[in-house]
Design a protein around this ligand. Structure first.
Ligand SMILES: Cc1cc2nc3c(=O)[nH]c(=O)nc-3n(C[C@H](O)[C@H](O)[C@H](O)COP(=O)(O)O)c2cc1C
Length: 210
């Protein structure tokens, strides 16, 4: 395990060829996701959903909608995690707050205040807002997932090079509800992989004070 946050963040690089002899157990993959879902989300709606692809059948499905330049990642990685935004997460919102009341984490009055303030926003929202919110939540959890993966000693590659219209249905999910946000391959790098030293624009080019 790596607890050096600076190293975890600064030395994260997209890895496109993995050592396919290194497997990741389903327990550990679930642990990685469990650690990642501490990410913040709008109104704590947690509008994310994961499909962990770690079987040959699942990988075949990825081939049906990923662009071919992403095949090396998914073919060599022990797992690829499809991260979806869930546009109907608000339907479970009452359950979340009821659970918090049962666990005595909030009072019934605090639950009612939160639910009555936030839930109508989503019940009345148009699709564009629901999709945008879900994509932001799922993006935040994706970043967290890539950092947690490094904490566990693995590398990743976020991928959005795919036919988004096909992703949900390929895994039997309702495409209206689940919006693909990215696929994340995860594993140990192939030792012969040459990792490009990607650069960033100068901070002053992308920032201003107001
Ligand atoms: C939303 C998103 C989509 C991306 N899609 C792909 C992709 O389809 N294939 C790929 O090889 N890399 C993809 N990348 C990785 C970027 O190319 C990479 O993050 C960028 O070049 C910076 O390199 P680094 O991650 O090594 O720092 C994607 C990254 C993001 C955030």
């Amino acid at each position: 395990m790596n607890n050096d946050f600076k190293d975890i963040m600064q030395n994260r690089k997209s890895i496109r060829h993995y050592d396919s002899s290194v497997k990741i157990s389903r327990d550990e993959l679930l642990e990685i996701i469990n650690e990642s879902i501490s990410a913040p989300s709008a109104c704590n709606l947690q509008s994310w959903y994961f499909v962990i692809v770690d079987t040959p059948e699942g990988k075949e499905k990825l081939h049906n909608f990923l662009m071919p330049f992403n095949y090396p990642q998914v073919d060599t990685a022990p797992a690829t995690i499809m991260v979806f935004g869930n546009t109907k997460s608000y339907l479970k919102y009452r359950d979340l707050w009821n659970g918090m009341v049962e666990e005595k984490k909030v009072t019934p009055e605090a639950r009612d205040a939160a639910v009555n303030t936030f839930l109508p926003l989503y019940e009345k929202a148009d699709r564009q807002m629901l999709v945008a919110d879900a994509m932001v939540d799922a993006s935040l959890v994706s970043m967290q997932l890539m950092l947690v993966a490094r904490e566990h000693g693995y590398e990743t590659n976020p991928m959005a090079g795919y036919d988004a219209s096909k992703a949900a249905a390929e895994f039997g999910l309702d495409p209206e509800q689940y919006i693909p946000v990215m696929a994340i391959s995860i594993g140990k790098p192939d030792p012969s992989e040459v990792v490009p030293d990607t650069v960033r624009y100068d901070v002053k080019d992308v920032t201003e004070f107001a």
